[in-house]
Unconditional design. Structure first.
Length: 313
């Protein structure tokens, strides 16, 4: 079994999934169950047969995001230009597992390549840039009903002003100084962050939907084009600037600029988005020894941010 990511991680394995499925979805009791190596930090993922995916929260209280997706994806999905998870069922705790869990339709595709400052230019990234901008435009256009504004689960710190992350980001810079193999210039990182903190305070935008975790591991592509956006557990209503972070993970500089132009992002908002990318990158200290693939992706994002800010990498 892969290592636990959290101190309060719930025990989850294929046998538990077979028991849960057998009791809740007897029609699938004999379907093969396979744990996916790409399970994220919030849910453990299992392929169920050829058409379904089982998602189980890793920690107590994690079913809040499961319930949120089931509540809001049916509203958002029809307005979005690419596939999103179709929730087939949300099931109750059972077999000693204390959280609600979900079954969604399997979506074919591959994750986009994470780029670095030296990655060769690929024209398909301009297609991806356009697709990502189109997705965000569509997501932001979906009307926010009053019940979403009043729902405490449809809120995240990632929709708050960037300045609210100042203390945590500085603390994470210091944590990263002690990590073996962390090869970003943390003095340069600190300077980029301080420059972002000196930006004029952003006006309060009209609250809109934002994904909250728009990263390569939550995107699927086919032939270079965006085909699906996954994991809406971070879906919230607020300032959508944080969704710009994807530009420093999967887009080269030319594609990044195309993405920015299509969204019409002003200079200050763009720099805040870049600072969000840096702040989220620094959270990798928590998973440094347990998620090597995410570690590599975060370091790539950090290098892209530093290069974009004019620092050698």
């Amino acid at each position: 079994m892969p290592p636990a990511l959290h101190a309060d991680e719930l025990p989850i394995d294929s046998e538990l999934v077979r028991r849960l499925v057998g009791r809740a979805l007897p029609a699938y009791a004999d379907a093969p169950v396979r744990r996916l190596p790409s399970s994220g930090s919030t849910n453990v993922l299992f392929r169920l047969g050829s058409e379904l995916l089982v998602r189980l929260p890793r920690q107590p209280g994690g079913s809040q995001t499961i319930s949120k997706e089931a509540a809001w994806l049916p509203l958002l999905g029809p307005s979005l230009p690419v596939a999103v998870p179709e929730v087939v069922a949300v099931l109750d705790p059972d077999c000693g597992y204390p959280e609600r869990w979900s079954v969604v339709r399997w979506i074919e595709g591959t994750h986009p390549e994470v780029v670095g400052p030296g990655t060769a230019v690929d024209p398909r990234r301009e297609v991806l840039a356009t697709d990502l901008a189109t997705f965000l435009e569509a997501l932001r256009r979906v009307e926010v009903p009053p019940r979403a504004v009043d729902d405490p689960h449809v809120w995240s710190y990632r929709g708050d002003p960037l300045a609210t992350m100042d203390r945590a980001t500085r603390e994470n810079i210091e944590r990263c100084r002690s990590l073996d193999g962390f090869d970003l210039d943390l003095d340069a990182v600190e300077q980029v962050w301080l420059e972002a903190m000196r930006l004029p305070e952003a006006g309060r935008p009209t609250p809109c939907w934002y994904h909250g975790d728009l990263a390569a591991e939550n995107l699927l592509v086919r032939d270079g084009a965006l085909s699906a956006v996954l994991d809406f557990g971070g879906l919230s209503v607020g300032d959508p600037t944080v969704d710009l972070v994807v530009a420093w993970e999967v887009l080269d500089p030319a594609a990044r600029e195309l993405f920015r132009r299509q969204l019409g992002v002003d200079d200050a908002s763009w720099l805040r988005g870049r600072a969000w990318a840096l702040s989220i990158t620094l959270m990798i200290w928590y998973y440094w020894s347990t998620m090597p693939e995410r570690r590599a992706r975060c370091l790539a994002v950090g290098r892209n941010v530093l290069a974009d800010a004019g620092y050698p990498v």
